[in-house]
Design a protein around this ligand. Structure first.
Ligand SMILES: Nc1ncnc2c1ncn2[C@@H]1O[C@H](COP(=O)(O)OP(=O)(O)OP(=O)(O)O)[C@@H](O)[C@H]1O
Ligand SMILES: CC(=O)N[C@H]1[C@@H]2OC[C@@H](O2)[C@@H](O)[C@@H]1O[C@H](C)C(=O)O
Length: 398
């Protein structure tokens, strides 16, 4: 037997596995590295988050990725170079973390790497009849495996598309396994670059569970804070707080057919970008707004997109909302959400023993644990957008 297959078999048979989950999201802020210890699989999974770190992307790294990030017209050579370069970069970030945590790489069984999304094109975005849903994550797993010496799983989204999904949100699989709770209806709300949520019914009926993107999270706030203030994000919402929401611009921002479309649906900065806002400004004749008012309006746009989607989905019940992702650190978004969603209880995932900034990286570690050790597709659901499949491709180190 090939010794790689034998090691994989050994890892799959262990009673405990150590898996590093990686996530580098649409905010391009850095690489989330979550070192997790797993026992079991499926609904009996137990995860302990041993270490977590967000390794920030330097301006030099962002400068290399931005020209291809969610751009239709781009340099194919740059994509080709980045695919290997990001893999190598992520590998050295992992090795630095392990050194800092004083953990030899030999103690890690697997790496679960999301990669860097550079283009997400569900059918409703590209609208080309003969092409299916599509998405592209780069930072090839082979480079991570060879450089770290650790078996790496990557490219989780393609199987989801092959089985009929849009390639996202994938969080739902881990949300179901980790956070479903009999007797409590839950919304797992993640506010990263893009905002999404998973509904977990308190009756544990997987066929009622669903997951959807709802629109922009921080991506537009970040883009305009960069444009006008040369800062990466609106820290603590202080710029939004100093501006006034413009109702005409807000109405125009909310006018896109994406918001009328049914659930589940996915999106990205391919739609929600600077041009999207400029077009809305033109339509609403609000080109003269101050930078502060634009950021206040975009912050409100984020909060209303989330609240409208939740109110559309739940007319009778008010599930408990567990927030995660960088947007929960923006007090203006959180204040608006509390006003827009009266009667809802807000918590964050630390109440469920997972640090909110680490949640997405942990969820990719869960996907890898399932693919290696899952004995049945416990997360299989009849809900649209949640095909019952094992995801991820294996890269051996040798
Ligand atoms: N103190 C803060 N004040 C305001 N915003 C903050 C704060 N801390 C983080 N953020 C926001 O959170 C963003 C990062 O969020 P996160 O890391 O969850 O995004 P991501 O994982 O890249 O996105 P996605 O989930 O869409 O892939 C930052 O770009 C910023 O907009
Ligand atoms: C294509 C892609 O990378 N999508 C991300 C993005 O960031 C948030 C939202 O859009 C979500 O759909 C997804 O990530 C999370 C981790 C998911 O798949 O659940």
């Amino acid at each position: 037997m090939n010794p790689n297959i034998a090691s994989l078999y050994t890892i799959a048979s262990k009673s405990e596995r150590t898996i590093i989950g990686l996530m580098s999201g649409t905010s391009l802020d850095g690489l989330d590295v979550a070192l997790c210890r797993f026992k079991g699989s499926g609904l009996s999974t137990e995860v302990e988050l041993l270490q977590f770190e967000t390794v920030p992307y330097t301006e030099e790294i962002k400068k290399e990725i931005r020209p291809v990030f969610s751009k239709r017209d781009t340099d194919l050579q740059q994509i080709c170079l980045l695919n290997a370069w990001i893999g190598t970069l992520h590998a050295s970030m992992i090795l630095d973390c392990l050194q800092k945590w004083n953990i030899p790489p030999q103690q890690v069984d697997l790496i679960a790497s999301h990669g860097q999304t550079i283009y997400h094109a569900p059918k409703h975005l590209h609208q080309i009849v003969q092409f299916p849903n599509a998405t592209l994550q780069i930072g090839d797993g082979d480079h991570i495996a060879v450089k770290t010496g650790i078996i790496t799983m990557s490219d989780f989204r393609q199987k989801h598309i092959a089985a009929g999904g849009e390639g996202a949100p994938l969080a739902v699989y881990g949300d179901y396994i980790l956070f479903s709770k009999k007797g409590e209806d839950r919304i797992m709300l993640n506010m990263g670059g893009i905002a999404n949520f998973t509904y977990l019914p308190g009756n544990l009926d997987a066929s009622q569970m669903f997951s959807t993107d709802v629109g922009t999270g921080n991506t537009l706030i970040d883009a305009f804070t960069r444009l006008y203030f040369n800062k990466p994000f609106d820290e603590n919402g202080s710029i939004a707080d100093s501006g006034k929401v413009n109702q005409e611009l807000l109405r125009s921002l909310k006018g896109h057919p994406f918001f009328q479309a049914g659930f589940p649906k996915t999106t990205g900065p391919e739609l929600f970008n600077i041009a999207y806002v400029q077009q809305a400004q033109q339509q609403s004749q609000t080109q003269g707004l101050s930078a502060e008012d634009i950021i206040a309006t975009l912050t409100r746009f984020t909060a209303e997109s989330i609240a409208d989607a939740i109110l559309r989905c739940f007319s009778i019940i008010t599930p408990v909302i567990y927030a995660s992702g960088g947007g929960m650190h923006n007090p203006v978004i959180m204040r608006m959400l509390r006003i827009l969603l009266p009667g809802y209880i807000f918590k964050d995932t630390s109440a469920l023993q997972i640090a909110p900034d680490a949640k997405e990286a942990v969820l990719f570690a869960i996907l890898a644990n399932e693919s290696i050790a899952g004995e049945s597709l416990q997360n299989q659901s009849k809900s649209p957008g949640i095909p019952g499949v094992y995801m991820g491709k294996v890269s051996f180190a040798l």
